[in-house]
Design a binder for this molecule. Sequence first.
Ligand code: AMP
Length: 143
Amino acid sequence: MTVARILAEKGRSVVTVEPQRSLAEAIHLLAEKRIGAVVVVETDGAVRGILSERDIMRALAEKGAGALDALVSQHMTATVTTCARDASVEDVMHLMTDGRFRHVPVIEEGRLAGLISIGDVVKRRIAAVEAEHQAMRDYITMA
Ligand code: AMP
């Protein structure tokens, strides 16, 4: 299965935040949307980074409550690993495992075109494994 097919099922919308917003604003966004990461984009749509709940936890551990006034740009990861729409679920799983993160933005023609989370990947892998098991059972009972 490809990233394009996952996006066709789940949609292409991505929750984003501007780099000059505060961590407090980002936290409200994460809570309101019930998600674990936001992609950081400039007003022109250019991707500048990614901010996840892990970054916020680290900022709070380092600076205490004062971190809430810090800028998103100060605590985001600026070097973002992305994938293309024709990447496979396995490709994305490898990116997540190697990079130790749970979110991979999708880029198409230089623009943000979706986001794949570890939940999306696990859901498709489980469905694929269950389908393989069912095919094996059908084959055995036919024989
Ligand atoms: P996560 O597991 O996605 O919550 O993120 C763990 C750490 O990896 C955080 O510091 C994130 O900013 C960073 N991160 C998350 N996704 C990516 C990505 N696609 N590329 C680079 N860093 C990432």
